[in-house]
Ligand binder design. Sequence first.
Ligand SMILES: NC(=O)c1ccc[n+]([C@@H]2O[C@H](COP(=O)([O-])OP(=O)(O)OC[C@H]3O[C@@H](n4cnc5c(N)ncnc54)[C@H](OP(=O)(O)O)[C@@H]3O)[C@@H](O)[C@H]2O)c1
Length: 323
Amino acid sequence: MSTTSSTSRALFLEEFGTLPKLGERPVPEPRPGHTLVRVAAATAAHLDLNILDGQFGILPELPFVPGTQGSGYVVASDTHPEGALVRLRGEGLGLSRDGAWAEHALVPDTAAEPMPEGTDPALACIYFSPVGTAWATVHAIAQVRPGERVLVTGASGAVGAVAVQLAARAGAEVVGAVGRPAKLAHVPGVAKALLASDLSEEAIGGKVDVLIDTVGGRILRDALTLVRPRGRAALLGYTAGRELTLDLADFFLADVSLLPVNMMSRGPEVAPEVLRLLPDLASGALTLPYESYGMDALGEAVERLRSGTAVGKIVLDMEHTGN
Ligand SMILES: NC(=O)c1ccc[n+]([C@@H]2O[C@H](COP(=O)([O-])OP(=O)(O)OC[C@H]3O[C@@H](n4cnc5c(N)ncnc54)[C@H](OP(=O)(O)O)[C@@H]3O)[C@@H](O)[C@H]2O)c1
């Protein structure tokens, strides 16, 4: 798409509970303190779905362009060099101001973070949260040590797949569990892959030192029984259920530390580590799963995300139509 054309395509949410529709609008006018970006890629994530559904605490006035995270190339800015790749997030992007599900976005300068030259724009928009979360979980929170045995649930998901790889890099022996047979093939090869429904001490060769749970609910309840006394369980997601009932007598007997992962508080401390992992992501030494869709295939992308059938992150590719 030419950056000189006066109109540009965007996805417009007209009513909560419906899918945004593809339409056109004038290319936003550059203004001081703001950066105009030709968007290359944007994430469609659960937060975006909550906003589409009208289920988030902060809701925009309609019509509205969603998209809380993206990446793209600077068209005009007082702060960022023209042509530079930037990651877009924060400052109410896709929440209280139009977001990244568009060919162009005008964002506060502080919502555009420069990325190293040559970074894949799809990686630039998706990498921070899953890689940061996996890094914080494996190193800062669960403190995985060489020789330990680690069980990761949701091991084909974005956070799970990276956690598997980082735990293996830390010297651990890793078992990766998934909910659906189709996802077994997407567990990184450094782990032994199993269906969550097949997990047992026998199947995984005895209790593990560390559980990293990304799905919650019944999967978490069952997986906790596979952690050795004085082991650790780092909990970071609740897609499969947000409640965990503890029988206190059993809890004391099991003697497993429950460790919450809160990336709202840990984001700044992991940022340098995450940036250090970018070259490995770019070279494929570390893999972050994602599926890519054109803006006109939003419906399919949202369905894959809602149903849990997607493998990893969902990226909207603004430079291509179709998927
Ligand atoms: N605590 C924090 O600070 C923090 C930070 C980042 C992310 N998170 C949370 O961590 C979790 C994992 O993130 P992610 O990016 O890896 O997510 P993801 O790739 O979308 O999902 C992880 C796994 O959850 C299962 N799943 C997904 N949708 C489901 C559904 N509708 N019903 C049942 N299971 C479903 C799937 O595993 P199977 O198909 O194998 O069952 C999927 O691979 C998310 O809940 C996310 O919100 C928390």
